[in-house]
Design a protein around this ligand. Structure first.
Ligand code: AMP
Length: 554
């Protein structure tokens, strides 16, 4: 892929590097990279690593999933290792700021993975978890080489004198820089800069080069190389296929149910809807058919969201339902402004979170703008993996799809970005019939109570309330007894798919006539796996034209 390096100040010649060992990296880093299974650097890594190793300031603009974390982590670890032997005493050399706890945790994990062979020499600490400042103080007293945190958390430690960077800091990295300002961190970032020395190497990583990023650039970068990689905002169509499926509001649930139960969607999937209530509505709907899902709820604390992402990543759930925060903030979707909870500003939902090995992104509700589409479908086809994005589009949503098509088709150099996903709803009448009742069964009260149930669960799990409950055991008791919540009644027979509702074309295709019982058993027990023969047969049938990538094992 072509890369366009816009240079500010001086000219930098780039030789293309195709293997990690060509960067002249320490063996311990190379071994860690090999252990991660990364065969070659991504485009952004090819360009960024040599510049940072040379000591340049860099502004990296790269799409989510481009490998930008390692692009700044690898040279930083190299820099620390190369000066370690001459270092007389331990000092904190690098500060990494990111706008959410989830991102900090992810960045920290990348450092842990990349320093697996030199964990004594290069130590990092993530101060973003909401532990008491004093609990983290001893960790910082050991002067870890790298401190990672949100600006407000780092600032608290700097003010408390728990870390001193004025003399020791050599590198500052700000990740997801474009979100720093929109998350309200402007003042905190500026205040943190006041605690840093006047000279240090700096890097900014950002998905967009917004005005905010340019002003941050002026504040922290000196004579930087600006890497505006001429990458399209998303992976190419050969890696990420975009499908649209015409579906009116009252049919969307039936179609989703049929696609999942007939194994036409397989592999790990993220389903996006436009409000938190819709997340729960869909979860309760699918639950009735024995399809387990978890919800990523922006209104719950970061720890619970991290738990949801982890459960999805480790395979406890194959489907996660999310509403991105853009939609949450759309005023016309929030009927009663008074009920709008103040969101935890350190907690972005979808942006930047590393969902692993996502095969499909399904837009149950079409995103409200192009950026949101990019951020959603960018959760799949990450690194070098394949991915599929399937959007359900009602007549009302059609103009939004046209807008996405218009804006993205140029980057792809093709007339149509979206392929039509052929799906004949009339062929799955039985599914529609069952879905209609199941959808109706999820009343507003059921949704509200499901949400309440999750909040109660959070309260029970909350460490901070432990001592309160010790003093007030009756309150704990009443919360625990509150089990008689109205949930949607589960009817066990809905888990199975009777033969008569499976369309004849599909039965033939998957050989249901001969393997009837096995098919039914598979269908009733799994929402995501399928046999190889089904997979092979799929390719030729338009009804099941969604191509599913192979799940790459870690
Ligand atoms: P990031 O853009 O930093 O969030 O990285 C996106 C994903 O790409 C992460 O899951 C990384 O583990 C993965 N990744 C980063 N670098 C490489 C590489 N060189 N080869 C394969 N996967 C990579």
């Amino acid at each position: 892929m072509d890369s366009d390096i816009e240079i500010e100040g001086e000219n930098i010649e780039q030789d293309k590097i195709k293997h990690f060992h060509e960067f002249g990296l320490d063996d311990r880093i190379l071994k860690a990279i090999a252990k991660l299974g990364w065969i070659e650097p991504t485009v952004i890594q090819e360009s960024t690593i040599p510049l940072l190793i040379e000591g340049k300031d860099v502004l990296i603009r790269a799409r989510t999933g481009s490998g930008k974390t390692a692009a700044f982590a690898i040279p930083l670890i190299q820099k620390i290792l190369s000066t370690k032997s001459q270092q007389s005493h331990q000092e904190t050399k690098a500060l990494i700021l990111a706008p959410s706890k989830e991102l900090c945790k992810q960045i920290y994990q990348v450092f842990i993975d990349l320093t697996i062979k030199c964990s004594r020499e290069v130590r990092s600490v993530d101060v973003s978890p909401q532990a008491d400042l004093n609990t983290q103080k001893p960790l910082l007293a050991e002067k870890p080489d790298i401190v990672i945190g949100t600006p407000s958390r780092v600032l608290q430690h700097l003010k408390a004198g728990n870390i001193k960077l004025k003399k020791s800091l050599e590198t500052l990295i700000i990740d997801e820089a474009d979100l720093m300002f929109s998350f309200g961190y402007e003042e905190d970032v500026k205040a943190v800069l006041g605690y840093l020395p006047t000279v240090y190497q700096a890097a900014l990583a950002s998905a967009t080069l917004s005005e905010d990023v340019l002003s941050l650039k002026k504040l922290v970068l000196h004579n930087p190389a600006v890497l505006k990689l001429e990458e399209p905002p998303l992976a190419p169509p050969s890696q990420l296929a975009h499908y649209s499926l015409a579906a009116e509001e009252n049919n969307k649930a039936a179609i989703l149910y049929a696609l999942l139960k007939l194994h036409l969607i397989r592999g790990k999937s993220i389903i996006f809807v436009n409000t938190v209530d819709r997340c729960y509505k869909l979860k309760l709907f699918l639950e009735q058919f024995g399809i387990p899902t978890c919800v990523l709820n922006s209104e719950l604390p970061a720890s619970s969201r991290c738990r949801a992402v982890t459960q999805f990543n480790v395979g406890t759930y194959d489907i996660i339902i999310a509403s991105d925060e853009k939609a949450l903030e759309e005023p016309h979707l929030i009927k009663d402004k008074k009920t709008k909870r103040k969101k935890d500003k350190e907690s972005g939902v979808a942006r930047g979170i590393d969902f692993q090995y996502v095969s499909n992104v399904i837009n149950f509700d079409f995103p409200l703008d192009v950026n949101s589409y990019i951020h959603r479908v960018g959760r799949t086809a990450r690194g070098k993996n394949q991915g599929t994005a399937l959007s359900f589009v009602s007549v009302r949503e059609r103009p939004l799809l046209d807008e996405v098509e218009n804006q993205l088709k140029d980057s792809y150099g093709r007339e149509h970005l979206f392929k039509t996903y052929q799906f004949k709803l009339e062929e799955v009448e039985g599914f529609r019939y069952r879905a209609r009742d199941a959808w109706k069964a999820v009343t507003r009260i059921a949704v509200r109570e499901a949400r309440l149930k999750e909040i109660k669960q959070e309260v029970l799990n909350c460490n901070k309330l432990k001592s309160y409950f010790e003093d007030n055991p009756r309150d704990l008791q009443s919360l625990r007894q509150d089990k008689a919540l109205h949930t949607v009644k589960i009817q066990p027979h809905l888990r199975d798919v009777p033969d008569y509702i499976v369309p004849p074309s599909l039965k033939r295709l998957i050989g249901l006539g001969k393997r009837k019982r096995k098919f039914n058993r598979e269908i009733s027990t799994s929402g995501a796996t399928a046999t190889k023969s089904k997979h092979d047969a799929r390719a030729s049938n338009p009804l099941i034209s969604l191509s599913i990538p192979n799940k790459k094992k870690k």
